[in-house]
Design a protein around this ligand. Structure first.
Ligand SMILES: *Cc1c(COP(=O)(O)O)cnc(C)c1O
Length: 367
């Protein structure tokens, strides 16, 4: 058997006829950027996230950057501010901070969930700290109640990097509506993936929405009148149309991912393989199924020989990247151990139970 890490062709094949009809409509309309389809998607995605606003943008990194830049324009953040970020995350979280000339302060993860540790945040706060970016890593919501308690005590903004958690629920509330503002990515491999790059910001803040709506379009609210030195971070009509089609199936897709994850959790029994932990309060959406193993390289090669493709999220910690030489000296042992030992097993809404069983058998037979 051959099991790809993620079969995007099979995922998108399900929507082929709707995609074709949407494509015809968009081409026929002659309107390609920030039109009715973007507006319709924004309305539907805001409703899905239980927020007042959604602003469609070009990708997840731009969504993060726009939130920080938006708060700068509102006078709530400034160059040189310290922003707390998880040390165990995808590089985009840090890039959005440094792109805004702010200082990322790295905080180690909770050893159970691998999301930023709320307990460790407080000791990293200085008089310069202004915000916390919580990443809902692998599809599980960070400890938002504890994070909010710390944030309120110190007057900090809470920003969600919700790029991996479309549809996840925490104490009854949806990912994207748990902070002051949230960034979403619709990169093709995400739980809600476009057929190219796209992203969004969700928030209940009217002023921030106004600023980001202008910032994404050359800082302009009225054509050729520029209030801010904005950029081009727009969403296009084709992506919005495709996303609206897939959004209707997101809950069902997440349920299928949960079925796969639960099979793995109950079926994998190998003392060398440490399984992920789903917090009781969370409805995890399993963007990734990440296990830990000391002999990662041998395990990866072994699975590959069995036809099972795996990936590593992520092999090098952000503070060890060449791009962040100024952070290379940091010692973050939990994060470094994770980057040495994590490996992601295939998971998706289109995996068959036969494939899942095959992976379980192979993992259990590894010695
Ligand atoms: C994917 C991802 C991003 C960036 O999204 P893009 O759309 O690729 O720019 C940001 N943060 C996290 C945690 C991600 O997984």
């Amino acid at each position: 058997m051959k099991i790809p890490f993620l079969d995007l062709t099979k995922i998108n094949k399900q929507y082929e006829s709707s995609f074709k009809a949407a494509y015809e409509e968009v081409v026929q309309s002659g309107h390609f950027i920030l039109g009715n389809r973007v507006q319709a998607f924004e309305k539907d995605y805001a409703a899905f996230c239980q927020t007042k606003h959604c602003i469609g943008v070009s990708n997840g990194l731009d969504a993060l950057k726009l939130i920080l830049k938006g708060y700068k324009e509102l006078g709530q953040l400034a160059v040189g501010d310290e922003i707390i970020v998880p040390s165990n995350t995808f590089i985009a979280t840090l890039l959005s901070v440094t792109a805004n000339k702010m200082v990322p302060i790295l905080v180690e993860p909770d050893e159970k969930t691998y999301c930023i540790s709320a307990a460790l945040i407080e000791q990293s706060i200085t008089p310069k700290t202004r915000a916390i970016v919580a990443v809902h890593l692998y599809g599980q919501i960070a400890e938002m109640n504890a994070i909010y308690t710390v944030a309120q005590k110190h007057g900090l903004l809470v920003i969600e990097d919700a790029a991996q958690s479309h549809g996840a629920i925490y104490h009854g509330k949806r990912s994207g509506g748990l902070g002051d503002a949230a960034a979403h990515s619709f990169y093709p491999a995400k739980n809600l993936g476009a057929l190219g790059d796209a992203g969004a910001v969700t928030t209940n803040n009217n002023k921030l929405t106004e600023v980001i709506t202008a910032l994404r379009n050359y800082g302009s609210q009225k054509k050729y009148e520029h209030l801010y030195s904005g950029e081009n971070n727009r969403m296009d009509e084709l992506q919005a149309a495709m996303l609206s089609i897939k959004l209707k199936h997101l809950e069902q897709d997440n349920e299928l991912r949960r079925t796969v994850a639960n099979k793995y959790l109950s079926g994998i029994k190998n003392s060398a393989v440490k399984l992920p932990v789903a917090n009781d309060q969370n409805e995890h959406v399993w963007h990734l199924f990440v296990v830990r193993i000391k002999e990662r390289e041998r395990f990866k090669q072994y699975l590959l020989q069995q036809g099972i493709e795996t990936l590593i999220h992520y092999p090098i910690a952000p503070h060890k990247q060449v791009a962040y030489k100024e952070l290379n000296h940091l010692s973050l042992p939990i994060t470094e151990a994770l980057h040495r030992e994590v490996i992601s097993l295939p998971i998706s809404p289109v995996m068959t139970m036969e494939e899942v069983e095959y992976v379980i058998k192979a993992v259990n037979a590894f010695t």
